[in-house]
Design a protein around this ligand. Structure first.
Ligand code: PBG
Length: 327
């Protein structure tokens, strides 16, 4: 041993010693729970590929939100699953659409005790499943889509969202939404930007949950190519320039290097989205008895925090908060 006086194990001997020198905290306030609300169902509908997650009714949504708040979770991101879809996704900006009704219910239930956010995209609302309007050739039309995103932002802000979370990866989406909000007097409504969102295989279960798998093609023409980290930084800086308040990297685990760079290079509040496929993998392994769910979940969430994320969007939020409270 080159340095016999270095005995790192001294600091690992007891739980108190380990707690004393622990570098990374994980608390309920770091977690944001994604929730789904579905139109026209009698009761909550379980999502088979995401054990423990459901598509809520307005009533079960309220109850879930209340329980999350009681566990110290401060953030909720809401996804609407409408009964009716069309080519433009018009239910996304309908003031009486399911997402807006859900946001109102959450705001009504929690007031300013929690931060209520609307996922802002069109894929749950379009009959073709893409995140924007299509040209005649079947490509996603960037600028026509931005026009719709402005309307969605206003509908969500009017419904009481504290923040909107654009996730469609259209160029200029943050700037367009910021401008629309400001012009309508919603200067105080924040933007959590899905800034570096990769075209990932790990969104599979979500597409069941939100009923939004593309009918044709894929999202590689607008979401980022997985090998690109420098480009992720450019996307993040562009969103910051356009007015993003919080920037997000998505998914989390395969992109922890990107999370670290975004935190170090921007110093902005950074969120990472521990997505549906990451959740499903752990639930499947735990369900088979192959890993200890509690330890694995807390280790994963801690790793995302250690990589530099201030906030973690995760379907484990509810369970993790309970485990953290019980020590
Ligand atoms: C798009 C959106 C997606 C997710 C969040 N917002 C799906 C996609 O891009 O295909 C995925 C989240 C997850 O997998 O948990 N509105």
């Amino acid at each position: 041993m080159p340095f016999p006086e270095q005995r790192p194990r001294r600091l690992r001997r007891t739980p108190a010693l380990r707690a004393l020198v622990r570098e990374t905290d994980l608390a309920p306030r770091h977690l944001i729970a994604p929730l789904f609300v579905k139109e026209g169902v009698e009761g909550p509908v379980p999502i088979p590929s995401m054990p423990g997650q459901v598509q809520h009714t307005l009533e079960s949504l309220r109850k879930e939100a209340r329980e999350l708040a009681e566990r110290g979770i401060l953030g909720i991101v809401l996804f609407g699953v409408p009964a009716r879809k069309d080519a433009e996704g018009s239910e996304a900006w309908n003031p009486e659409g399911i997402a807006q009704r859900g946001l109102r219910a959450l705001h009504d239930e929690l007031g300013d005790d929690a931060v209520v956010m609307g996922d802002l995209c069109l894929d749950e609302y379009t009959d073709h499943g893409h995140c924007g309007l299509l040209t005649e050739g079947g490509e996603v039309d960037n600028d026509a889509t931005l026009e719709r995103y402005r309307w969605v932002a206003l509908a969500q802000a009017e419904a009481g969202a504290h923040m909107v979370a654009p996730s469609g990866m259209m160029d200029g989406q943050v700037g367009a939404i910021r401008e629309a909000l400001d012009e309508a007097g919603f200067e105080r409504t924040g933007i959590l930007a899905y800034a570096a969102k990769f075209a990932s295989a790990f969104y599979g279960p979500f597409r069941d949950a939100a009923e939004c798998a593309p009918r044709f093609g894929d999202r590689a023409g607008y979401q980022m190519d997985p090998p690109n980290a420098d480009e992720a930084l450019r996307e993040v800086w562009a969103d910051i320039g356009e007015g993003a308040d919080v920037v997000m990297v998505k998914p989390a685990l395969p992109y922890l290097d990107v999370v670290r760079r975004v935190k170090d290079e921007t110093g902005y509040p950074v969120a990472a989205y521990n997505v549906s496929g990451e959740y499903a993998m752990l639930k499947a392994a735990a369900g088979n008895g192959w890993i200890d769910e509690r330890r694995a979940v807390l280790e994963v969430l801690t790793s995302i925090r250690r990589a530099g994320a201030d906030l973690v969007l995760t379907y484990h939020a509810r369970d993790a908060a309970a485990w953290l409270a019980s020590g």
